[in-house]
Design a protein around this ligand. Structure first.
Ligand SMILES: O=C(O)CCC(=O)C(=O)O
Ligand SMILES: [Fe+2]
Length: 351
């Protein structure tokens, strides 16, 4: 077992061995500890029903999306057209890697620690050496464009692992594009506007596994951040843990087995000139249960330049963000991290 900074790589193994105290590298500074954050239990992110979209009966969908994207940057979709069976199959395939493979088998899939967002099994989100460690292990799959997709690099811990990830990737891309269309329309833009600005979709699928934690009040499964790309689609199991920040309070996203959580990323906030916001979110741990989530990220190519859409700029609404090359945005994130504030705030133009 590899040791990172004196701590075995796999917290899962530590937990199974009966760990009662969290190693110091995992203890969050007091202000980030879940116990010291303001939580709201009486509200959660909106739910948007896409049932009638297929027949072009939009009802209030655009208004609902506009509110959800403007106020939260996060919502759950139901009747999204992705078969429930595929969601369940993706969850069990993901779980099989963490539950059915022993640590030395998982180790064969380790990602490259020296390169950002490399494919495979890992535990650190950022490459900074000094950050507190997340109580999480993950497997990142590169799925789109197909030129970066090689299923032979994925585990076969489940009889249908590779075909499930391929089929899931396909459905997530279709849903992401459908949502980008609706989001464009809800901003009063031509249907294809945001999709065209994002360009060719780069998709990664990350399965995150959060082992139960003996001291959940001191740790985070995943530190607070907003996703860098355009749009993230996430499913979780029945164990709650994802929280979204709204007006200074953390709201827990209720696990709904057939819903898909939508998180707007920083590039969408820039394209919308700040009318829509990216969601600041984090994952907390709990003492009783392991938790699993599958996040599918849809990002622009590294060479794509993002800037506010021209149609949204006028005298009363000047550009609020500087243009950025997506690849530069990503590198600065991996080396500096969010550092307690939103990465995107570095691009703000102060009028
Ligand atoms: O596990 C979760 O619910 C959150 C995962 C996440 O935010 C991420 O992978 O970027
Ligand atoms: Fe995220």
């Amino acid at each position: 077992m590899e040791v990172v900074g004196g701590v075995p790589f796999c917290i899962q193994t530590l937990v199974q061995a009966g760990l009662v105290e969290v190693p110091s590298q995992y203890i969050q500074p007091p202000e980030s500890q879940p116990g010291s954050c303001r939580e709201s239990s009486d509200s959660s992110i909106p739910i948007v029903d896409l049932l009638h979209i297929k027949t072009k009966h939009f009802g209030n969908v655009h208004e609902e999306l506009s509110r959800a994207c403007g106020e939260w940057g996060a919502f759950q979709v139901i009747n999204h057209g992705v078969p429930k069976q595929l969601l369940d199959c993706m969850r069990s395939a993901g779980l099989s890697f963490f539950k059915e493979f022993p640590e030395d088998e998982r180790d064969k899939y380790r990602c490259d620690l020296n390169s950002a967002a490399s494919e495979g099994y890992g535990s650190k989100m950022l490459m900074k050496e000094d950050s507190v460690l997340d109580w999480r292990v993950y497997f990142d799959h590169h799925t789109l464009p197909l030129s970066r997709c090689n299923p032979m690099r994925w585990p076969d811990s489940h009889p249908h692992y590779r075909e499930t990830v391929m089929e899931y990737s396909d459905h997530m891309k279709t849903l992401a594009l459908k949502l980008l269309t609706l989001i464009s329309e809800s901003l009063g833009l031509p249907s294809s506007c945001i999709e065209e600005a994002v360009g060719e979709i780069f998709q990664n699928i990350t399965v995150s596994f959060y082992p139960s934690c003996p001291q959940p009040e001191l740790t985070l499964g995943l530190q607070a951040h907003s996703d860098m790309g355009a749009i993230t689609l996430l499913i979780q199991d029945e164990v709650a843990g994802l929280q979204v920040l709204k007006d200074g309070q953390w709201l827990t996203v209720q696990p709904l087995s057939d819903a898909i959580v939508v998180l707007l990323g920083d590039q969408t906030e820039i394209l919308s000139n700040g009318r829509y916001r990216s969601a600041v979110h984090k994952a907390i741990t709990n003492a009783k249960n392991d938790r699993l989530s599958v996040a599918t990220f849809h990002d622009p190519a590294k060479t794509t330049k993002t800037f506010p859409v021209a149609e949204l700029i006028n005298e009363s609404s000047p550009p609020r963000y500087r243009e950025v090359v997506y690849g530069d945005y990503v590198s600065s994130w991996y080396t500096k991290g969010p550092d307690g504030k939103r990465n995107i705030d570095g691009l703000l133009i102060h009028h």
